[in-house]
Ligand binder design. Sequence first.
Ligand code: AMP
Length: 483
Amino acid sequence: MKNYRPTHECGVFAVFGHPDAAVLTYYGLYALQHRGQESAGIVTAGASNSPFIRHVNMGLVSQVFSQNDLERIKGTRAVGHVRYSTSGSSNLINAQPFVVNTARGQIAIAHNGNLVNAAVLREDLEENGSIFQTSTDSEVILHLLAQPSEPSGVFSALRKVHGAFSLVLMSEREVIGVRDPFGFRPLSIGKIDGAWVLSSETCAFDLIHAEFVREVEPGEVVIIDEKGIRSEWPFKKERSAFCIFEYVYFARPDSIIADINVARVRTEMGRELARLHPVEADVVIPVPDSGNYAALGLAEELGIPYSHAFVRNHYIGRTFLQPSQLIRDFNVRVKLNLIKESVEGKRVIVVDDSIVRGTTARARVVNLREAGAKEVHMRISCPPHKYSCFYGIDFPDPEKLLANQLSLDEIRDYLGCDSIGYLDVPSMVRATGQKQNQFCLACFNSDYPVPVDPNLDKYVLERRGHRPNLLAAEPSSPNLFST
Ligand code: AMP
């Protein structure tokens, strides 16, 4: 059943009306690489009704596309995608963008987010004859869009999907951007040489010298064609529920979200953390790169020297090994080394953005103790992660989340540090300059903006158990070949 709802963190990018659409998308995806490293893909098209050309593969953007590939997929319109998924569904067939030929013509789709009702929708579609090629929830959207029976077409199809979706779509004549009515994941509009671009994050606009125009609003559909850009609002108005973890960890620090630079928010989170959990120390060090900005803010606020004592190995590359616990332990050790003299005999504050399973934090404390740190004070620039994310961030089941299993004192003892301090929800929100009710905070407080049915998998499995066999049907179920 896991394959039905693969969690994926992704980046999407699109271009309309530029002779170098493929190259722009390639560089756009380069800038979005942090959002997904397992597969990358681009679909392009030229003039209206010309055939779509698709190139996708497993690997980093730099590995997936050669010069020849980019020349082969030359076009004036493009949609692109980078993907990270959990191991169960990390194969080529699930690499996006997807393309289908439908009664409405060709459609390409790239999706960032996670649907909460994909399993049920898929069951219904399959019972009505749809044949799925992949195990992703994104393909469900494509099948709904392809249904010729939908009277008002695209909008009624989009209204059926629930959860988190920032989409870029390409049809025979248009490029379309869609943001779900809660606005869980980011999506922005830019302009370059008179052409329109859409991107998960604004850092991609900087790279290609595109001008950032504005964000796609929650619930907005932007349709770009030869006549220009226009907006539609097909969804019921919902409260905004932007994923605050984009600010904490996921988005790139040079991106701008809701008019605020992400690095500035992270630095402010560090300042808040210093005020909430002050401690006397000799040096503040980040866990690079995720803790860099928060550590800087915390050090400034406490007036304690900042040191890049952990040195990161940038040449690890990707591993094709399954992310088992053993491999994770190995990975955290190979990634960082400590400059001993920066911490030896000192009282150290070590700052990271988050603790998920605790593997990273525990390894860092061991490193620091081995290097002779006198005291180790762990500071985390978000609240304890206690609950799963169903909207597109890859957190494990709650029983694997350290803060779901242990109290604060137990976490301190498990990590082996002298003290631990997490940011709390009000301070974290304050650092963004926005209001608490604008955010999804479900992984911290279990307040899920879009209801998630915990029995969904069970329900679908039960229904699967009653499916007709292909050749030998059960007496109660209709047979395919005999009446
Ligand atoms: P863990 O070792 O499991 O506690 O993971 C914590 C580390 O992983 C921190 O350094 C975070 O910056 C990073 N991290 C947090 N959330 C995620 C995520 N969803 N995917 C990948 N890395 C993450």
